[in-house]
Ligand binder design. Sequence first.
Ligand SMILES: [Fe+2]
Length: 315
Amino acid sequence: MREVVALGYVVVSAADLGAWSEFGQYGLGLQEAQPPTGGTERETIFFRTDERSWRLAIEEGDDGGLVALGFEVATRPKLDDLCSRLESAGFPVKEAPGLAAERRVSHLVQVTDPSGVPLEFFCGANIDQAAFVSPTAARFVTGANGIGHAVMSVKDLDETGAFYIDLLGFRLSDTITFAGMELYFTSPNARHHSLAYSARPGAPVGQLEHIMLEVDDLDVVGRAQDYCLDRGAIRVMLGKHVNDHMVSFYCLSPSGLTVEYGWGGRLIDDATHQVGRYESAHFWGHRPPDGRNMEEEIRRMMEAAQSDDAGGGHS
Ligand SMILES: [Fe+2]
């Protein structure tokens, strides 16, 4: 069973909405949208990436907070089916009609995943009357494959897989095994991954590590990198991922949320896909502006720690 069709939207919190407005529009090329007519409980910026009334919302609050990952279900009967299956599996479902109005969707329920990540399952997202117009002429790759992807740090890989892969029916595209940790890449649609997760030692459980937005023009990615480079907001420069083939850079938003901005991600056909395995995340690039090879540094650190452990055992 797979009722969920896409990661439809993401809501995060930020202390400085003005800074996010500027960054979202002129850095990422998002269009700031009108809030819902009934207003919102907290002050919120809504950003458009396509014909939808919004895809990314920034709510006033603490920096770095994840308010919700919004997973889209195609129809109301499918949403009802999903709710029954979630309840049967021990995940209580909360109806939230007031929140549905704020999110401008027909129906919405709230569920918490095994790591405590706040999820919203919804159907009937509002299509805007006005055309989407990007301040940087960006055209986002969304449609049936959703907003992009989210990467989470989770408590336990097995229980997370049991929820997203076994219960929700997401496809496991592949895994990356690196420096003693594993990353899982999953999706309910043709996008290589809509949700990736790892149980990184020391990382706060349920933390949103980054979100990814994809555009259809490499020049738009390059100009966005220039914008961020000019403002000291680059985490890693352009590079290409081994598994989804995305050419992307990573920047630091004003709330501390990392945003991956990319082009050229590959699509997966469930009928022919074979689950892959990798031991590195990049074909090339994805280095910080000072050029360090962070993956190599982490690998050396882990090897040194392991040989220290082995040495300790013999003495
Ligand atoms: Fe990513």
